[in-house]
Design a protein around this ligand. Structure first.
Ligand code: MG
Length: 114
């Protein structure tokens, strides 16, 4: 499979996450760009932790209280949180995520001969 140039993340979704960043930034009006980036990477780690908890629950390695709350939907929700928080930080870092994805896909194609 060869990567073709494309819009992997849609313009509509990119605009949605830019709008979301604008709203979130209003909660931290005194943050510099660097402080905002540091808060975002911390948030990604928080979300990765929550995803970890859901994965543990999916294989039964959580206490009963957490197992009762776990479902395919809660697992999916945490995947979405990790994806979105990562995209928000990428935008703050002025990363063209579609270009970055395309370049990474080409690297993976060569590495794994896909
Ligand atoms: Mg979460």
């Amino acid at each position: 499979m060869k990567t073709t140039q494309g819009q992997y993340i849609t313009k509509k979704f990119l605009q949605y996450t830019k709008d979301l960043t604008g709203i979130i930034q209003k909660d931290f009006p005194n943050f510099s760009k660097n402080e905002f980036m540091l808060s975002q990477i911390t948030k990604i780690n928080e979300e990765v932790g929550e995803l970890s908890g859901e994965v543990l629950a999916s294989v039964g390695y959580q206490r009963a209280e957490k197992l009762q709350k776990h479902s395919k939907d809660t697992l999916a929700s945490e995947f979405a949180d990790v994806f979105i928080t990562g995209l928000l930080l990428a935008q703050t870092c002025d990363i063209d995520i579609n270009s970055a994805l395309e370049k990474k896909m080409k690297v993976l194609e060569q590495r794994y001969k896909i």
